[in-house]
Structures are given as C-alpha cells and as structure tokens.
Design a protein around this ligand. Sequence first.
Ligand SMILES: *Cc1c(COP(=O)(O)O)cnc(C)c1O
Length: 410
Amino acid sequence: MTNRFNALTMAQEQIADLDLQLLKRTLRVTETPCDTQTQVAGRKLKAFCSNDYLGLANHPDLASALAEGAKLYGVGSGASHLISGHSIAHELLEKRLASFQATHIPQARALFFSTGYMANLAAITGFAKLAGRGEVSLYSAKLNHASLIDGVRLASAQTNTAVTLFDHACPSELVEPLKADKKPLKIIVTDGVFSMDGDLAPVKELLKITEQHDALLLVDDAHGFGVLGENGHGILEQEKLFSDRIIYIGTLGKAAGVSGAFICAQDSFIEWLVQKGRPYIYSTATPPAIAHTLLKSLDLIESEAGSKRRKHLNQLIRIWQEEMHFANWVKVPSCTPIQPIILGNNASALMAAKLLDEAGYWIPAIRPPTVPLGSSRLRITFSANHSTEDLRELISTLKEIEQKVISKSS
Ligand SMILES: *Cc1c(COP(=O)(O)O)cnc(C)c1O
C-alpha cells in the first residue's frame, strides 16, 4: 500500500527539512510566572528573554486587579464589540489610552484589540480601504514586524496596491518614490522600536516626509509603549511629535505586562475602523477583566513607581553599553532594553544559546525568517526586575561563552 495521505507526508518532510537547516523551533514550557527567574522542566533559569520590560507581568497589584475584574465583570465578554461585548471597562480603558497620546495626536481616540497582530491587520487593511482599488500606495520598512508585513500583504492583495520597501535607517529613500506617486492615499508603515535590533525608527524625519507628501504615518510602538518618554507614553512622547497624520499602535502584553493592543488616531480615523475594520468587527471582545487590569497597569506606568522602573532600566542599558565588550561578536547599537548580539550563522547562535542554558540562562537564538539570513543572533532583553548584579553576572558569563563558541567553531 502506498501512503496516499500526501498532506501528512508533506508536513513530516518539511519539518525534517527545517531540522536539517537548524531552523526548527522548539516550545519550552514555563512552570512559574513570567519574571527574571523562570522554571523550565524543573530547572530555575535566569531569564533575559521576555518583553516584560517594566517587570509588571507578575506584579501583585495587577494580579489582584485581574481577580477584582473577574468579580466585577465575569470572565467572558460574550460577543464582539459592536454586538454586545463592549463593556464599561473597555470604554474606560480606551479613554485612558487616548489620554496618553492626547498631546501628540489631535482629537485622539483609541480602539482596544485583543492582540497587536490583530490591531496591525485591522489598521493597515482598514486604512488602505479609505481609497478605491488601485488608489493607495503602501511604504513599508524592510525590518518591520511580521504582523505589519502580513497587514501590508493583505492590504496589498485586497486593494491591488503596490508596496515599496524602504530601509528605515535611510528615510530619504522615500522621497523620490513619494514625489512620483500620484495615488490619492499613501501610507508609510514602520516599527517604532525595531523588535530584533532595538533601534528606533527616525520618526521625526518620517513625519516630515509624511507631511510633505500628504501621506499617513503608521507607527507600531509595541516595544516603546511604557518604556519610552518621561511618562512611559511611548515614542511620540520621547520624540515630541504632534500630528493628525500619525496612526499610533501600542501593545499591552509587553511593557504593560498584561495582554492586548490599541490603535490611537484622530477620532474620524478610529470611527472608520469601527465601521470597516474587519479584525475589529468580527472578533469577540477581550474579557473586560483584562481591560480592568490594564487600567491598573496604566496607573503604574504613569506613577512615580513606573518612572523609577524606567530609570532603573536605563541604568541597566548604560551598564551594558559601557561594560559589555566582545572580542569577535557584534553588539547592535541600541538605546532600548532590546540588546542583540549578532553571531551570523544558525549553528553558532544555537551553540551560544545552549551554552547559556547550561550556565543557567534563558536567552533565545533568533534565526531566519525572524531576522535576515546570515544575521542569526542572541536577543537579550532587560526587565526593570533585573538587578545590576544580575546584569554584571550575565556580562561575565557572555564573555566566557564567546571564547568557547569561537574555539569550538574554528
Ligand atoms: C509583539 C509585536 C506585535 C504583536 O503584538 P501582540 O500583542 O503580541 O500580538 C506587533 N508588533 C511588534 C513590533 C511586536 O513586537
């Protein structure tokens, strides 16, 4: 009997192929809350891998707020927002999120989503639909997050739109194509903080170009919200921007420590998404208890305690910049809690991650397609819950591991 179940054979062969290329990913099961110490398979590891930058994911006040939210609102929302799922907790959260961007976007209004992935799909496909088929151009930064890339692909397919990729380090690349662009709607799409490199998009310059060419600027600040700016309001606060051409996206499962995301823009833009944003319309509203918890998280972010956490995080970043020196490995220049080390090939990155694991650390090897071919890396992230001693121990461990990897691979 021949095996006629083709799909199953394909799946098995493709997975074996990924394994051969050192591209197979593995799930690790955590047995304790997200924090700087995590237990995996009974072993305690020092974790430098989460995006819980402010150390709020395991904060007792937020755990209490979630329990309180469940008492107040139950556990499920029961329907999408436009049917009957839009609770007072969602409404209060959206008002509060909008207040964070009010000095950066005139008539700011926010719309809450269950994930950043969905918010990005909704924003890009929704705004692309403001113009007719073939009447929009999308400009997308090459190193954008996968969810922005997917949003751009979907919008491009739906509206028969051309996509122009640009290097975010070189925003002037946009000027010539925008000058030649006669489409009535132009949308520039960028990460605020690039998630695998930690550098910032040149948002000031991008906004200038946006204004000169009558475009919209969509900024995904997943890694900046809560972290950047005096009050943790994100990249727009830090860079002191103000414009009704900005579509701001923040996520709430990283520095905010909970889950969810939001789009913030001028009121009419948000109203358009309520009317036409399919990922918003056709999905069950996030449990109101999550929105209730997020209100507490926003209080923490804006408070004196939040400000202390950001100061400490910046101190960790300074120590890393000043004290982490490698013989061969390349540190990516970054002023955010994302601090990658480029090792190049998959084998070296995996070997380094394994040696780190043996030394009691959890730092993942990031490989293609998450990063470009030949730039496999260790992605180190700091949390405000790391102490300066934690960081100095990591620095000396990394120096030893670099020597081991170099001697083993030469
Ligand atoms: C994590 C991330 C997202 C996705 O947000 P989720 O809430 O995790 O779905 C979107 N954009 C960027 C840049 C991210 O890093």
